[in-house]
Design a protein around this ligand. Structure first.
Ligand SMILES: [Zn+2]
Length: 314
């Protein structure tokens, strides 16, 4: 995954230079994510059956005292299980979810300490029943271990979302942990391009597709809000987004402007080297699926509610 993000940043730079696009500000991909990887290294033992019995977590390689970071915020505890996880840290996330980090060499938390996602909680080690330096990461819900994806040899990057084979926050299948940003007059960003393209999709003709929230966007948003029975304030917040986004399914159901807007965002915000032409083909599908995987969403190639929301939020 590390290479991919580097490539994206490179493409973002190239896009901004060659096409003289305004420089966009972006937030870290994982800023709003659910669980994130606690370390950066290879998986050496995946979740599932193995010779010594069922493995209810993933083991990720590392060196002694490599820092381990919280996968998600919660109340941390330093614990010990000499014959099993050895010294370990577990974090109670408060909604039935608990994450555990086994075989640590040292603790960076005290019992009952609140930790934020990404905060250092322990140093990697080999305590307990361990065949080499690694962290055993386990995520439980109401006491039941949850499947964590990844194969032996896969590289994982600390801070990036863990693709979800488990429901996560809110208990939904698709992980509704992204939120709609709010845009209003004076804003200038990639998200405003999406508003302009989605307004076109909703039947409005705009003179400008420039990522700038000026009077034309404001007036058009007010017309749209009025037509939808929304309160008319010219600001695109959660309620307006819910009516504004249009789902892009596949090559047979690819509304032109919605597809164009999704492609534009994937290319110029997320750095995918794809054509922005309003037509959904294999290239667009590949980018959508890769984005969904990285965002921890269901990977189905459909730009629907959750994917639009993640595109706007990340
Ligand atoms: Zn393990």
């Amino acid at each position: 995954m590390g290479k991919k993000w580097a490539r994206r940043n490179f493409l973002r730079t190239v896009g901004a230079t060659v096409l003289t696009l305004p420089v966009m500000t972006t937030t870290a991909a994982a800023a709003q994510a659910d669980f994130v990887w606690p370390v950066s290294d290879h998986i050496n033992s995946p979740y599932g059956p193995r010779g010594s019995g069922y493995h209810y977590g993933v083991d990720i390689d590392g060196e002694t005292e490599d820092p381990i970071y919280a996968s998600r915020a919660g109340t941390a505890y330093a614990a010990e299980d000499p014959g099993g996880y050895g010294q370990y840290v577990y974090i109670d996330h408060g909604d039935g979810y608990v994450s555990e980090y086994g075989h640590v060499n040292s603790y960076d938390v005290y019992d009952g300490e609140w930790v934020e996602r990404g905060e250092q909680i322990a140093g990697m080690g080999t305590t307990g029943s361990s065949t080499g330096v690694h962290v055993h990461l386990e995520i439980e819900h109401d006491g039941s271990p949850q499947s964590i994806p990844g194969d032996k040899g896969d590289w994982v990057t600390q801070g990036e979302p863990i693709p979800k084979d488990f429901p996560g926050i809110g208990g939904t299948d698709t992980g509704n942990y992204y939120s709609w940003p709010t845009y209003s007059r004076g804003d200038q960003s990639e998200g405003v391009y999406s508003i302009q393209y989605l307004l076109e999709e909703q039947g409005y003709n705009l003179n400008y597709h420039d990522g700038i929230y000026g009077s034309e966007v404001e007036n058009t948003v007010e017309s749209f809000q009025s037509s939808q029975g929304l309160s008319v304030d010219g600001i695109v917040g959660p309620n307006t987004w819910e009516e504004l986004y249009v789902t892009v399914y596949d090559a047979n159901n690819d509304p032109y402007w919605a597809t164009y807007g999704a492609q534009h965002h994937l290319r110029y915000d997320q750095g995918y080297s794809i054509s922005v032409d309003g037509y959904y083909g294999p290239e667009t599908e590949g980018a959508v699926e890769d984005f969904q995987s990285n965002a921890g969403l269901t990977v189905d190639g459909i730009v629907g509610h959750d994917t639009w929301q993640a595109l706007m939020d990340l």
